[in-house]
Design a binder for this molecule. Sequence first.
Ligand code: PLP
Length: 392
Amino acid sequence: MKIETTAVHAGDRKKAGASIPVTTPIYTAASYIYEQTETLDRVFGREIPGDSYARYENPTNRALEELISSLECGHTSLACSSGMMALQFALQAALIDRRKKIVAAQALYGATIRLLHSVFEPMGVECAFVDICNLDEVQAALAEHKPGCVLMETISNPLLRVGQMDKIAEMVREAGAALVVDNTFATPRMVRPLTLGAHLVCHSLTKYLAGHGDVLGGSITCDAGHAEILRQLGRTAGPLLGPFESYLAMRGIKTFPLRFERQCANALRVAEWLGKHPKVGNVYFPALASHPDRQTVERLFPPGYYGAMISFEIRDAKREQIFDFLDRLKLIVRATSLGDVHSMMLYPAMSSHRELAPRQRERLGILDNLVRLSVGIEAVEDIVADLDQALG
Ligand SMILES: *Cc1c(COP(=O)(O)O)cnc(C)c1O
């Protein structure tokens, strides 16, 4: 089945009493009873499926998890209260019976870098960082650090680099480690990491999947080998997304392939337009001939899909001119987050990468004149017109 169909149908239409609700209701109950106590005993013992307590499972949350598993071609999913919660639990699940060492891509979402430095390292998990687009460097790091887990993003933030995930997965497997992939920027419409050999894949549902800027959530999807430990961790610590948010995320996901197709098509046109604008310096977008990972992009992504994030530099602009440019935007929303129906502009040096020292940002290629655009579903002419007037 194609993803457009899965997105609309998977997870829904579970029997509830005599009838079948067409869409999944919001179940708010914290506990569940059965006519016979023996049944509850067997549910607690996990001999039969069923609900007992909301920290363990919830029917609304479960429908969303089933939907996400279908989209990502995975065995089991855990819908969590945020993308960051999902990343933390995915890493914990990966490391539970492996060496407590992580090799991570050096280009990661800002809060993910913070998660490694301020949560994992203080717990004694050593973290090493590599250029994930350099296979030799990845191989050398695997040999040197012998990590339990490797962490990467399908499309990196904010420079949109694309690592050779299939080859990395092979190397990671050979080294006996687990590959954890943050697939937020690419979505399962572009790539399904588990089918390329990854062990666990995470999303910030807040972004493309839910897509309307009205719900915070995250997800982990794993292969059969990690299903039990993921469930156990979830049942014990309770990171689950609540029933109201699960409902909103599921409602959003039904239209995700449709929205994302439009966002990707819009982004391609906006990137081409930006490339010709005299006030614009480097444009970072996976479709451009100048993109350093062109071959990987062609190999791993479906034709016409390059994502809907664009980063670009404004020539000779300092922080002050960037602020002026942002203040002139009328349509494009100046806010953090991405993947929403509306276009959004963010200044990485001020927000996502604020906590890195200026020199470290520069080393990563995130200059002070770089802005990041998440292209929405609006008419592309209107997005271009807004950029045009704001660039002046
Ligand atoms: C937003 C984001 C996260 C964190 O997700 P939250 O839902 O904000 O917790 C993680 N990774 C990437 C790539 C993101 O864009």
